[in-house]
Design a protein. Structure first.
Length: 211
């Protein structure tokens, strides 16, 4: 029986996101609209809108819908913003930002995931996303600076190269902490040379690997 994915997306928003405090109408619209099931393995598509992360292969996961919505909302995305993402994974987070009109530059360490995400994003019509296979620790200096940076894997400290690629008044959201432990999701704001950091919530992400 064919699943009604639109109905499942609406349920995801109404019963997972809104009750937990996601308020941005733009973010909620993106979460209702982007076909998350296309960004997970076919065997997992029936669970694509469940309240949990899902494996996507090679030891990587697609984040829980709430975490995607929460991190997106914290960045305060707007049409035309230039956003760097570290950790493309399935491509779903990039798709949500692209739906909101951001120009997304996303870097993935694992070539297989980079290629697969690029294909799915293109098939979905997100031509405002550029996918690069490379080391997220070095960022994308040729395209810097960025209005916002989102990191979807956890380093044990904040990479200085990424801070340098953030625009004045730019925002960065990043989980920081030890491998296989609970990490702290931080929101950084850059004003001139000053960086302010706000502790948000506790999270658990795959490690950010430096290669």
């Amino acid at each position: 029986m064919t699943k009604n994915y639109e109905s499942l997306r609406n349920d995801m928003v109404d019963y997972q996101l809104v009750p937990r405090g996601i308020k941005s109408l733009l973010v909620l619209d993106a979460m209702r609209s982007v076909p998350r099931h296309l960004f997970v393995p076919e065997s997992m598509q029936g669970n694509a809108y469940a309240d949990s992360p899902l494996p996507i292969g090679l030891g990587q996961t697609i984040s829980q819908p709430y975490i995607v919505a929460y991190m997106t909302e914290q960045l305060e995305p707007a049409h035309g913003m230039k956003v760097l993402e570290i950790g493309t994974g399935s491509g779903y987070q990039a798709a949500v930002l692209a739906y909101l009109g951001c120009d997304v530059y996303t870097i993935e360490l694992l070539e297989e995931h980079a290629d697969n995400a690029g294909r799915i994003l293109a098939a979905c019509g997100f031509d405002n996303v550029k996918v690069k296979h490379g080391n997220g620790y070095t960022g994308w200096p040729d395209e810097a600076p960025f209005d916002a940076i989102i990191i979807t894997a956890a380093p044990d400290s904040i990479p200085t190269a990424l801070i340098a690629q953030l625009k004045d008044n730019g925002r960065m959201i990043i989980p920081v902490g030890e491998v296989h432990a609970v990490q702290s999701l931080k929101l950084l704001t850059k004003v001139g040379e000053a960086i302010t950091a706000e502790e948000l919530i506790l999270v658990r992400f795959v490690p950010m690997v430096d290669k």
